[in-house]
Design a protein around this ligand. Structure first.
Ligand code: SAM
Ligand code: SF4
Length: 337
């Protein structure tokens, strides 16, 4: 395959971290209302005209892979499967000369219908978010009675070859933390790779409480009471999940200790919001406006240069566990989780 320009210089920040992973949010809207992510009434959605079009998103990703050394792209939201042009967008991205490895984070509600088309368009993997196996609890946690759609979506993803199918679970004290062991038994039975993620202070209600958060250490303690866990040697320091083999077999479980054991020192991520703002961290308090640049006729070199400059403003870490921490102005659903 021919490449239009020479291999790009790494996208570095002041701390020497090279960024190769781009998270692209495709919408701030969602068909669920997870209590730790959105209020029941939803949020003031971004006006349609401010969202990047499929062509604009493709152009920014092309610049990122051609000129900035981005190699992996994860599509997220809000709920990315709400974008009617998603299969076409994936086909556009998969058709780039330096096509990145493409993955998707979804709540799975619409995956049963879409998995084959997404796979055919060039998607490689999916992460499906699911916090409980119990229908009544799912309805309480997400404020929608749709767990069967998620189960169907997971089966369809596996059947379509979107492998490995990962399941992300946020344990919430007193709500679903009694399902830590049953979730892993279920995931192993169905061949899904489960990862537990510490809850972060990104809810729009500002109700996050450090003392109530179920920590990674606590998750591991509960798992260790039922399973034998053996650490999987790490070959990628920037991968956020610490992985464990379960009972000496091939199955693994991951724990992402975003709050208690942050992996900021090895961070290789940069984020693009659905309205075209570049964010150097989930918790960044400022953004760089690539949409205005894009729509004012900037050429690829100018956009790449603005992107590199933005990276120099990236802080050393998120500081959640430090005094004086301020949560970002946007909630998780509008940044792209
Ligand atoms: N709607 C899609 C989904 O739910 O997978 C993609 C976007 S969602 C914001 C991405 C991930 O962020 C989900 O796994 C969700 O559980 C997680 N998430 C949302 N709010 C969170 C929070 N406050 N702390 C930790 N994870 C959170
Ligand atoms: Fe929607 Fe995902 Fe937020 Fe749940 S976590 S409300 S599915 S964006």
């Amino acid at each position: 395959m021919s490449h239009p320009i020479a291999p790009p210089a790494p996208l570095l920040d002041r701390f020497g971290r090279a960024h190769t992973d781009l998270r692209v949010s495709l919408t701030d809207r969602c068909n669920l209302r997870c209590t730790y992510c959105m209020p029941a009434e939803g949020l003031p959605w971004l006006p349609a005209g401010e969202l990047l079009t499929r062509a604009e998103t493709t152009r920014l990703v092309r610049i990122a892979v051609d000129r900035l050394g981005i190699r992996t792209v994860r599509l997220t939201g809000g709920e990315p499967l709400l974008r009617p042009d998603l299969p076409a967008l994936i086909a556009d991205l998969a058709g780039l000369d330096r096509a990145p490895e493409l993955s998707l984070t979804t709540n799975g509600i619409r995956l049963a219908a879409l998995a084959p088309a997404l796979r055919a368009a060039g998607l490689r993997r999916v992460n499906v978010s699911l916090d409980t196996l119990r229908p009544e609890r799912f309805a309480l946690l997400t404020r929608r009675d749709r767990i069967e759609d998620v189960f169907a979506g997971l089966r369809a993803a596996r059947a379509a070859g979107l492998a490995p199918v990962k399941v992300n679970t946020v344990p919430v004290r007193g709500i679903n933390d009694d399902e830590i062991v049953p979730m892993l038994e279920w995931a192993i039975e169905h061949g899904y790779r489960l990862r537990f993620i510490e809850q972060m202070p990104l809810d729009p209600q500002g109700a996050w409480d450090r003392d109530l958060m179920v920590t990674a250490a606590e998750v591991l303690e509960r798992l260790a009471a039922r399973f034998t866990l053996t650490a999987v040697p790490r070959d990628d320091a920037s991968a956020p999940a610490e992985e464990w083999h379960v009972d000496g077999g091939a199955a693994t479980v991951g724990v992402i200790a975003s709050v208690t054991r942050p992996f900021c020192g090895a961070c290789d991520r940069v984020r693009l919001t659905s309205d075209g703002q570049l964010r150097t961290c989930l918790f960044a308090r400022d953004e760089s406006d690539l949409r205005t640049l894009l729509r004012s006729g900037a050429d690829d070199a100018e956009i790449a240069s603005a992107w590199r400059i933005a990276l120099f403003g990236k802080g050393p870490g998120h500081g959640i566990d430090t005094p004086g921490f301020l949560a970002p102005d946007r909630p998780m659903s509008a940044i792209g989780g």
